[in-house]
Design a binder for this molecule. Structure first.
Ligand code: DAH
Length: 333
């Protein structure tokens, strides 16, 4: 065999061996690509060896050419194998670094809860919704018409002083009661009416254990043919029984411009009576103001003080506790 052939074959064997170990040791995909270029690229080592084939006779060339192809195939195989290894290792590393340990203790977020005024209001609404009432709301900034006039408060009538009113520079006022929504609703709806109206109301009141300048009411209104005082009493009693179970209460005759006859309901509280709601049969003048015929329709209405009911429900001694946002107090509910 000619020395030229043997020399080229030796070079090819060396290339195969050095390539195999370099590829097996390649630490990254980038470095593997460098090796591919270095060994198999156009200007790589294999090409350089093959250039030496020019010196061989045509008859001798296959002996070197076949080996060169073999070496090339082998190196290509090693490159692919190493590439797969490196890709798998990268994937395994990513999975390991992104794994969540679901057994680790979580971070604690204390759960909030409804304020006692909110939960009392919601209980009241739930009961009336259960009796077939629809929840309706209205604005807190009102006109004299909706707060007084349409509710049969005559101009300069002393009844206006029953509710010390906060007036705005615009001549509007902060509603002193939710009865305003009775008028607003009836103006835009025909009987039968059965609504329950939660809302904030405002009075120029001196704050004490049972009074606050801002407080919450729930108004109810029923208007249809044939509604009587018996319906009013039955509804109020059913409501209070649902809210409190067995409770000591009394109906006391009273006066409101927008109801005739009128009553207030007191609950027994800490050895005395606590007024919790006003009610009565809707005055014919109110029905007339919204265009209802009082000869055809009658109705009853009531306004409930949410704070007063909450005080009774939770045994509170002072309404002001409800507004202090003291968590030690609020967390009891
Ligand atoms: N609006 C009255 C108040 O704030 C409460 C009231 C009394 C509402 C009698 C009514 C009612 O609907 O019929 O003092």
């Amino acid at each position: 065999m000619n020395a030229e052939i043997t020399a080229l074959q030796d070079q090819l064997h060396q290339l195969q061996q050095s390539g195999q170990s370099a590829i097996a040791a390649a630490p990254s995909l980038e470095q593997l690509e460098q090796l591919r270029i270095e060994y198999l690229g156009k200007k790589g080592q294999l090409s350089q060896i093959l250039r030496g084939m020019g010196r061989l006779s045509a008859a001798d060339r296959p002996a070197v050419g076949n080996l060169a192809n073999e070496v090339k195939d082998q190196l290509q195989g090693f490159l692919e194998q190493r590439q797969t290894e490196l890709k798998n290792a990268a994937l395994a590393a990513q999975l390991a670094s992104e794994t969540l340990d679901v057994t680790m203790p979580g971070s604690y977020w204390p759960a909030g809860r409804a304020h006692p005024i909110t939960s009392t209001q919601d209980r009241i609404l739930d009961i009336f919704v259960g009796l077939g009432y629809t929840v309706v709301r209205g604005p807190e900034i009102e006109t004299d018409y909706y707060n007084f006039e349409a509710l049969n408060f005559l101009p300069d009538h002393p009844a206006r002083d029953m509710q010390d009113t906060l007036y705005l520079p615009t001549g509007q006022l902060l509603r002193t009661h939710t009865s305003t929504v009775q008028v607003r609703y009836m103006e835009t709806h025909q009987p039968p009416v059965r609504i329950v109206v939660p809302g904030r109301v405002y009075r120029r009141d001196t704050v004490d254990a049972t009074h606050s300048a801002v407080f919450h009411q729930v108004e109810i209104l029923t208007v249809a043919r044939g509604i009587t005082f018996t319906d009013l009493k039955g509804t109020i009693k059913a409501f209070l029984r649902e809210l409190y179970g067995d409770v000591d209460l009394r109906f006391r005759a009273s006066y409101f411009p927008f109801t005739e006859p009128s009553a207030e309901v007191d609950l027994s509280w800490r050895g005395r009576w606590l007024e919790v709601l006003g009610c009565g049969m809707v005055d014919p003048n109110v029905l007339k103001a919204v265009g209802y015929d009082p000869e055809v329709y009658t109705g009853f209405a009531a306004g409930l003080g949410v704070e007063r009911l909450a005080m009774h429900l939770y045994g509170l001694d002072d309404i002001r506790r409800l507004y202090t946002s003291d968590l030690r107090f609020l967390q009891q509910f």
